[in-house]
Design a protein around this ligand. Structure first.
Ligand code: NAP
Length: 212
């Protein structure tokens, strides 16, 4: 299996890449620091074009849109600068779409799957206040995944959207509920289970359906 993972240099992305490599799969990791095979800042259209060219002709069985930012963690209501909105949406929403768009021929060739790492913070049923930018961007990523699942149905491409848990990474912090290993193990099982019948699902790392 050929797996492409954005943001494979640290956190959940790195743990997923390690697992697929250990299982003998071919992994193309992307990172903006040049530490993976493909250098990709998901907000950079020129780098998306370079990636598409580099992977041209290589079918992709699974694309994991994992790269993301949580820039407004801890902002107070007088914060949330417009630039913070723009940067966050560029990475968490536009970045996902541009990645899918760039690799669509490769996904079509394999009838591959797309996994979008969103968050439970995307759900409108969970609105405790705060983190307006992150919540809105992850809600948009969820919405994007749901709509892509319809449009890619005829290509045989299934799309799943996932909450990885509250994970002890740089983003999640030490207080997180679960280890990066537990999250990655759970997510890999979810991606394995994803198929045309479950396309458009929003699930947690441990296999529970999440309210949209
Ligand atoms: N940790 C949690 O509790 C939690 C909960 C819900 C959802 N999530 C989601 O899970 C995903 C992974 O999170 P994580 O906890 O592993 O976070 P992390 O440790 O902060 O790692 C984030 C990864 O995304 C990459 N990234 C950020 N902006 C990028 C950009 N513009 N272009 C390319 N790569 C970019 C980072 O690359 P650099 O090293 O270059 O910065 C890094 O590889 C994210 O989408 C996050 O929103 C996490």
């Amino acid at each position: 299996m050929h797996v492409v993972i954005t943001g494979a240099n640290r956190g959940i992305g790195k743990a997923m890449a390690e697992r697929y490599r250990a299982a003998g799969h071919s992994v193309t990791g992307t990172a903006r620091d040049g530490s993976e095979a493909v250098t990709l800042d998901v907000t950079d259209t020129a780098q998306h074009a370079d990636m598409a060219q580099k992977l041209n002709g290589q079918p992709i069985d699974l694309l994991i849109c994992n790269a993301g930012v949580y820039l407004d963690k801890g902002q107070s209501i007088d914060g949330y600068a417009p630039e913070m909105w723009a940067q966050s949406f560029a990475a968490n929403v536009t970045g996902v779409f541009l990645t899918v768009q760039a690799l669509l021929p490769n996904l079509r060739a394999a009838k591959g799957k797309i996994a979008i790492i969103s968050s439970q913070m995307a759900s409108h049923t969970r609105a405790p206040g705060g983190s307006y930018i992150y919540r809105a961007s992850k809600a948009a990523a969820l919405n994007l995944g749901r709509n892509l699942s319809k449009d890619l149905e005829t290509d045989g491409i299934a799309v799943g959207i996932y909450h990885p848990g509250w994970v002890k990474t740089d983003m999640g912090g030490e207080a997180g509920d679960i280890t990066v290993d537990a999250s990655a193990d759970g997510l890999l099982a979810r991606f394995e289970a994803l198929n045309s019948n479950t396309s458009g699902c929003f699930e947690t790392w441990d296999g529970r359906p999440h309210a949209y």
